[in-house]
Design a protein around this ligand. Structure first.
Ligand SMILES: [Zn+2]
Length: 145
């Protein structure tokens, strides 16, 4: 009986630790029942889904997919044509991204990013390069393509 109780408690500990790490409570409870000691050890090894690095990555992704409305300063989806908070219509030619990006375009098959200070960044042959403006960027691409 005590053994059985300890087993259940172990499975519950598993489930609680797992959910504190942002993982499935039920899934780890069942795993704790099946393999009590092994799953506890496994839990120590698995990274927390709430670890700062993970959250940071999510936030960076969210920033890339969003832009700031110039009227009401709310964050909306990057592809939105109308602000869902105030109804502001975004000028498709001059999208303001939340991180200072105006536009993402492509020139001769190379995608580049235009920033609000007019400088251009692009990955050329797996290397991030910068130019002071679009003319300089296109001039460079013309020499290599
Ligand atoms: Zn708005």
């Amino acid at each position: 009986m005590e053994f059985f109780l300890a087993w259940i408690v172990c499975a519950f500990i598993c489930a609680f630790v797992a959910s504190s790490k942002g993982r499935s409570f039920v899934g780890w409870f069942l795993l704790g029942l099946l393999l009590p000691i092994v799953s506890l050890l496994a839990l120590i090894a698995v990274p927390s889904l709430r670890a700062p690095a993970y959250i940071e990555k999510e936030q960076r992704q969210a920033a890339r997919d969003s832009k700031k409305c110039p009227e009401c300063a709310e964050i909306v989806r990057r592809d939105a044509k109308v602000c869902r908070f105030c109804g502001h219509r975004f000028d498709p030619e001059r999208l303001i991204y939340s991180d200072g990006i105006i536009a993402k375009k492509s020139y001769k098959g190379i995608s580049y990013t235009l920033y609000d200070d007019r400088h251009v960044e692009a990955d050329v042959n797996d290397r991030l390069m910068k130019w002071p403006n679009t003319t300089a960027f296109k001039g460079y691409i013309d020499t290599i393509r």
